[in-house]
Structures are given as C-alpha cells and as structure tokens.
Write a protein that binds this ligand. Sequence first.
Ligand SMILES: *[C@@H]1O[C@H](CO)[C@@H](O)[C@H](O)[C@H]1NC(C)=O
Ligand SMILES: [Ca+2]
Length: 353
Amino acid sequence: MVASVTKSNPARLGNIHFSFPMFLLKYVRQLTCLFVAVCILTGQTLAEDGEFMEEFLKREYSLAKPYRGLGFSSSSQWDLMGTTVVTPDYVRLTPDQQSRQGAVWSRIPFILRDWELKVHFKIYGQGKKNLNGDGLAIWLTRDRMQNGPVYGSKNHFLGLGIFVDTYPNADKTHDRTFPYVSVMLGNGTLSYDHERDGRPTELGGCTAMARNAIYDTFLLVRYTKNRLTLMVDVDGKQEWRECADITGVRLPTGYFFGASSATGDLSDNHDIISMKLYQLTVDRTPEEDDEEEVTIPRVDNMQQFHVEVEEEGMSGVQLFFTILFSILGLGVLAVVGLMLYSRWKENKRKRFY
Ligand SMILES: *[C@@H]1O[C@H](CO)[C@@H](O)[C@H](O)[C@H]1NC(C)=O
Ligand SMILES: [Ca+2]
C-alpha cells in the first residue's frame, strides 16, 4: 500500500505547471498532505517491529487489478487452472457450485529472502453457516499447477500452505469456530489431513470470520529472518490481528506463489481480488547473512508443535472414579493445609507473646 502511494507520486509531479505560483502553492499543500500520510503509514509499519526500513511492491510477483491478459497472454506472470475465471473485479477460483477446483499460479520462481504478501480475498455463498465449503489455500511451493485434494492442489507438497478452512470436518467437540486460518510447512512427506482439518500438521492459526463478511477481508504473510507471521483483517477495523507467529522457519528459494480452492458437496464462491508481494529491507548481522540455504523446508525445534492426539473418551465408570478420587484428594489436601496453618499460627503466637 505504502509503495503504491509513493509510486503515484512522480506521475503527479509530472503534470504540474510550475509557472504559476498559485498552482504551486496548491500542489505543495497536497504534497505535504501526501507526505504526512506516507509518513504515518510507514511509521506504523516501522513501529511494529522497528527493523524494517522500506518495503517495495514487486509487480512481477503480484496479482492485482486490472487483470489484463491474466493467464492468457504470453506476457502474463500467472497461469490459471481448472474452474478459475477472470472478471474485471476478481479472479474466481470456484463458483458457488459443487465439485469445482480452480487455481492461479505465478510463473516466476520466487527468490526474495524477506517479504510480505498481502492477500485480498472474498468467500461467500448461499449455504447456511457450516453448510458451505471448503475454503481456499495460498501457496509458496516447489511444485505448481498440480491438482490434488488439498483445496484443489497436491498433497505432500514442499513449501508453505496457508489455509482458510470454512468447513469443520473434524469439529465434533466444537472447540474451534470456523472459518479457521492455519499455517502448514510441507516437507514432501507430511500429509494434510482433510478429515481432521489439518490439525496434526498445523503450526499455528486462528478463527477469522471471513465468510459472507460485509467488510473486505485480507490476510498478510510476513517472512523475515526465518520468522513467519500470519495476520488477518476481516472485521473492517483496518488493522492487523495476529494469527500465527512461528520462528525458525526455513524456506528454500525458487518456489512459486499460488492460490487454489475446491468445493465438494458443499460450495462457495472463492475469489482472489489481489495478492501483493512486498520486498522488505531488513538489517542483518554478517552471521545472519551467510546462513546456509536449505533444500527442504523445515522448522527448527519442531517439538514445540505437539501433535494433538485425540484421546478416547473416558467410560462412565472411569469418569466416576476419577472425580471421586479428585474430590478425596482435594479433601486430604485441605485437611493437611488446615493442620499446617493452625500449627504455624500457634508458633507465631508463641513467638509474639
Ligand atoms: C518431514 O517432517 C516429519 C515430521 O517432522 C519428519 O518425520 C519427516 O522425516 C520429514 N521428512 C523429510 C523428507 O524431511
Ligand atoms: Ca475443513
């Protein structure tokens, strides 16, 4: 956003006729306003972490309006797949109809080390809540243009997958509200488990009421110094809410950005309005600079993400005894506590009188 504001700046300057001082004055005022706005905007980004110096929109990795020739012209930087259609206002991965799959993939291998991807998307449809599906995925993966069961793209992928899951497949306990946004890092052998909404491989995530929303819905992926942050903006507040923050994430370069979606028995319109990639300028120490590059994505200290294994529910008898012994245990503790307390009180009295 910041970068595009700055960009339109020189164009405006070009139209100014400097011969009239009055015009000049007007433009100076406008420019001052613009400058202040830019300062405020950049100030916010800077304030967040205090280490980014600048961000630049990289058009070759971005998908934004107008989508002229998108997916068709030879100069297009994106390919379309499946049911994807391009209209003047959005790129529709699937319509609100059953059993559709669509995707859009960047053609250019991605080589930047520090970046931020802002995705403007829209998911809506006729289905009642939780009678819609299945969601969409944003990718940065080694392979591109491959159909599959993970939101219309291949499983056992290598790279990053961000999922906006709109249907609770495994949500028997209702401990999670959908839509749910989550992050997974695929290493080629890890499998996304649809029946469990990807929980076994999830590195982080959050609920985001992004379906049939009256506001514009965005997500932001930031990757800098091996730290991956995911943020969402779905409630019209125009501010980012943190969704996941994972350190020690190692991603190879040369991967491709993409977005995909699939519907099954349940459906929705899944639209991408834009995917804007910003390069971040980050200070690095020399050690950080010659860090060796990985060939397979991984997360350092994987143990921090314990796979949740759902326990079998306790039988009635087990539950009865568990509760009984808990109560007995608490009773004993209380008695012992009281005894200790009265003894302590007595000692105290002896000491003072
Ligand atoms: C991928 O990660 C899993 C879990 O951490 C691990 O068991 C497996 O060996 C890894 N595969 C590769 C190819 O590194
Ligand atoms: Ca699901």
